[in-house]
Design a protein around this ligand. Sequence first.
Ligand code: ADP
Length: 247
Amino acid sequence: STSTDFLLAIEDLTVSFDGFKAVDTLNMYIDKNELRVIIGPNGAGKTTLLDLICGKTKASSGSIKFKNHELTKQAEHEIVRTGVGRKFQTPSIYENLSVYENLEVSYPEGRGVFGSLFFKSTDKVRDTVLQIAEEIQLLDELDTEAAVLSHGQKQWLEIGMLLMQDPELLMLDEPVAGMSAKERDETAELLNRICQNRSVIVIEHDMEFVKKIARKVTVLHQGKILAEGAMDNVQNDEKVIEVYLGH
Ligand code: ADP
């Protein structure tokens, strides 16, 4: 198999900040419909890696191939249009709009919350909103003002807003932070639904959650891959144990 078989192929990716390599000649491959979890201690380079993929940070060298696009050569807004969605930890929902409206304004043909004032809602937009609302389990909350949703529901709404853009790759940074046990379980189910027809990369610290969702885990340490594989193998890897338990 060649790197073109993968949805995302990262090769020899490096970024230096004042000579410090936060990501160091990294190679990583993501399949279609894969759910990949990235773990690793603080400062390992996890967030920087997602920043590189979404174009927020520019690589010093190496390549990031997504379908037939070379993402290192594209601007952040172009990368969104190629089908890469990124959820940041700070929420970006419109608190004073309903769940329905939040999803509706996220449809690519809408032009954000102000453009939507002039935006004629079509059946296609409505169908997409209902389909995504069902996927994120907010079909019963369509008319609810976003401000009064639970913490977990707000996170799912934000994921739904990204799904409205029809991404082929979704990247999430600690999606279950601050969630109740029940919300964490529901988020695990949501991620499994999402990757039935999209790929997902998740940075996560909650190991119970990782065990619930992970098929394949990548452990980052000092900007490099320390271990990669099934969670059972990775968590018994001596190098991984050393990094997590101290020396
Ligand atoms: P993680 O998400 O795994 O905790 P980060 O990707 O946030 O790690 O950070 C990796 C390393 O890169 C850290 O040492 C961090 O201080 C450094 N770093 C990240 N972004 C920058 C930046 N813009 N300028 C300088 N150093 C940075």
